[in-house]
Design a protein around this ligand. Structure first.
Ligand code: DLL
Length: 465
């Protein structure tokens, strides 16, 4: 391997080319993405110690929690000592709304973001100038992993505003040295026009919204495969391998998964590399990951599936200690074909609070999606309705029929055909996901489309309690 600095990138980002031999395309790697496990743990240990010291001294909430758990900063010497620290929950962030968890004076805070707060108060997160620098760097690393290159154009269809998607990827793209088109979500026809005019190679957005863009292109007689797009950076909502195949097939592109959450920083906490498309590399020089059993809170081993817990190691304005994300995944450490050595997380299977328990079978919506998208004649647009009947959870899956499925069917046979497809959906979900659902096949374009995160579950159970 030959290491050489690249010159045309901001000096604050220590991104380097690693030129692999045998004529392979040069890849952009950061120094810390190729550390040995021992060196990574050393780096994390020092950073954790300093973070713990800072929050203890500057955030009364953490001082109180540490005291209640009989832990003081000098108890934390290595990263392994992290287990002595208490967890932080979303409920606690809400209780300290809006500014209760800041660790630096307000005069040093440069930006606020917030989650949507669909179930209660929103969660506010703060950034210092240095936090924005760090976030830009990890977002730049993520975009490079997903196929972004200096000088190429990135079409950013994540929403701009309090949501971290738009601005997070925007700063990352600029930091990497890409030409950034800040389109945001919505106004799909205009998005298509800009894609045709500017010829971006990379598109970022939620997978559900980018699928809408593809559908709209087809409506307008444009073949998405003929556009300049080569790479997609998709995340912010659970999606499945089948959705990846669908998006890759529609556009003739490589689609990679990007993960993040505002409480930790935003997009870029982890990202899949386009070389392997097999697990997301965690930016573990900045965020330490653990996986716990959500019931017992016991820390699980590599490969075991549980709830992701993150601790920030370098954040200034609002460090976060052992934050329970509610996201379900597993982690593993291995040297990847791309050369990176960082811990990888699996695709997020779903959220602890999104898991459906249907007559004793636990299932995440993304597993339902995975099965639905393999069925011929249905389109990748669906919603799951959950209701309660005599204390039994009932599930109805509404899925659109593929527009081509009825082309040769005359009106008289239409109802029979729809019923047959519904039976097929019910059968496949029973045999592959072990759940009994009622399937309803609906007309094309009737499931509401999203411009950001798709609404997949409509839970009517609350109305019955
Ligand atoms: O969704 C940040 C983000 C923006 C990530 C753009 C990726 C791309 P929040 O709005 O705070 O932040 O929502 C965070 O979204 O806890 C997960 O439940 C979910 N999520 C994010 N990325 C993925 C993903 C942004 N790749 C919440 N797969 C997280 C599955 C994801 N779920």
């Amino acid at each position: 391997m030959v290491l050489s600095n690249i010159t045309h990138c901001s000096s604050a980002v220590k991104i380097r080319y690693i030129n692999k031999m045998k004529g392979e395309i040069p890849m952009i790697l950061h120094d810390t993405e190729i550390l040995s496990l021992e060196d990574m743990r050393k780096l994390q240990s020092g950073r954790l110690k300093s973070t713990v010291q800072k929050v203890y001294c500057n955030v009364p909430f953490y001082k109180r929690k540490f005291t209640d758990n009989s832990v003081i900063p000098t108890d934390i010497n290595t990263i392994q000592d992290i287990v002595k620290l208490p967890f932080t929950t979303k409920k606690e962030l809400r209780e300290n709304y809006p500014f209760g968890l800041f660790a630096i004076p307000r005069t040093q805070i440069t930006r606020l973001h917030a989650s949507s707060g669909t179930s209660g108060k929103p969660t506010v997160v703060a950034y210092s100038k240095q936090d924005i620098e760090m976030w830009s760097e990890i977002a730049a690393r993520a975009i490079a992993m997903g196929g972004g290159k200096i000088g190429d154009i990135l079409h950013n269809a994540y929403g701009y505003g309090l949501f971290t998607g738009g601005l997070g990827l925007h700063y990352g793209s600029e930091r990497l040295g890409m030409i950034t088109v800040p389109v945001s979500g919505g106004n799909t026809e205009r998005q298509i026009q800009l894609i045709q005019d500017f010829q971006p190679t990379v598109i970022c957005g939620t997978p559900s919204y980018v699928l809408n863009i593809a559908d709209k292109m087809i409506d307008l007689g444009i073949d998405p495969r003929m556009t300049s797009l080569q790479y997609g950076i998709f995340g912010a909502e659970p999606w499945s391998e089948e959705m990846r195949k669908t998006l890759e097939g529609r556009f003739g592109m490589k689609a990679c998964d990007i993960y993040g959450l505002s409480e930790v920083i935003g997009p870029g906490v982890a990202m899949e590399c386009h070389e392997s498309q097999d697990g997301l590399h965690i930016a573990e020089d900045h965020f330490y990951v653990e996986v716990i059993d959500p019931e017992t809170k016991e820390v699980l081993s590599e490969g075991e599936v549980g709830e992701l817990v993150f601790t920030s190691l370098t954040k200034e304005a609002m460090p976060i200690i052992r934050y329970r994300t509610g996201d379900i995944a597993s982690i593993r450490r291995e040297r990847c074909v791309c050369g990176r050595t960082t811990t990888k997380m699996s695709r997020v299977k779903g959220r602890v609070d999104d898991m459906l328990i249907i007559r004793g079978v636990n299932i995440f919506p993304s597993e339902i999606e995975h099965t639905l998208l393999q069925i011929k004649d249905v389109a990748p647009h669906y919603q799951i309705y959950v209701s309660r009947d005599n204390s039994l959870d009932m599930v109805e899956v509404q899925v659109e029929i593929d527009e081509n499925a009825l082309l040769q069917t005359d009106i008289a046979d239409r109802t029979t055909k729809l019923a047959l497809i519904a039976q097929k959906v019910e059968h496949e979900l029973k045999s592959k996901c072990f759940i009994s659902v009622k399937a309803t096949i609906v007309e094309p374009r009737t499931i509401p489309r999203s411009e950001g995160k798709a609404v997949r579950i409509i839970d009517k159970r609350l109305a019955y309690t």
